[in-house]
Design a protein around this ligand. Sequence first.
Ligand code: MTE
Ligand code: MO
Length: 218
Amino acid sequence: MFLGLVGAGALGVLFGSKVEDYLAKHSPKSLSLLPIGEHFRFYTVTDKFPNRAPQDYRLTVEGLVQRPFTLTYDELRAMPPTMLTKDFQCVTGWRVRNTHWTGVRLADLLDKAGVHPAATALRFTSFDGVYTESLTLEQARRPDVIVAYDLEGKPLSSDHGGPARLYVAPMYGYKSCKWLDGIEVVDRVIPGYWEDGGYDVDGWVGQSNGRDDQPTSA
Ligand SMILES: Nc1nc2c(c(=O)[nH]1)N[C@H]1C(S)=C(S)[C@@H](COP(=O)(O)O)O[C@H]1N2
Ligand SMILES: [Mo]
């Protein structure tokens, strides 16, 4: 079972985008007939998977805030934890049900920083050096939006975006920026990596991203 999952993950890395290009061209109905199991793929838009040890991890919150700060991994883990058990769904169709995450609410990080009244949105950066994401302040303050450091009761693996990533439960997976290292509070929504490629900025599961006229690899 374990080896099977690892094998499937490796296949996802090697062939994931091609398979999903193919899948995305077919209707949701035919998707459910295809033999894709309920497991995560491992995605990266760069040609590598960054690997940062927890002791080298830093998360910065800055921009339109009263008290910008940088947290170490231990400091992040020392904040009040939030647990969520919710689905994880990629816009291309794969979904893992009832995934169990632990992390810190973005709302708590924002309160710690003290958001300036002119702020309306957040911009997220990844230490892969390329990926970016965005949320409005209102979205970011939802209780089901966290900076996650555990998945299924274990420290989040590098392949899944560890030491810490976003988990935006109500939205498609592309909103959940992996290898998160920066949160900038800004005065307007700045569309992220896949949003520049055509995906909806408001990536609510089931309410956005019609399949037919969208890019197919997120
Ligand atoms: N830094 C970074 N974050 C990312 C991505 C990525 O390629 N790079 N892919 C996004 C997409 S499209 C999805 S579906 C999820 C996949 O998460 P996983 O690789 O842990 O399964 O991560 C999202 N966050
Ligand atoms: Mo995705």
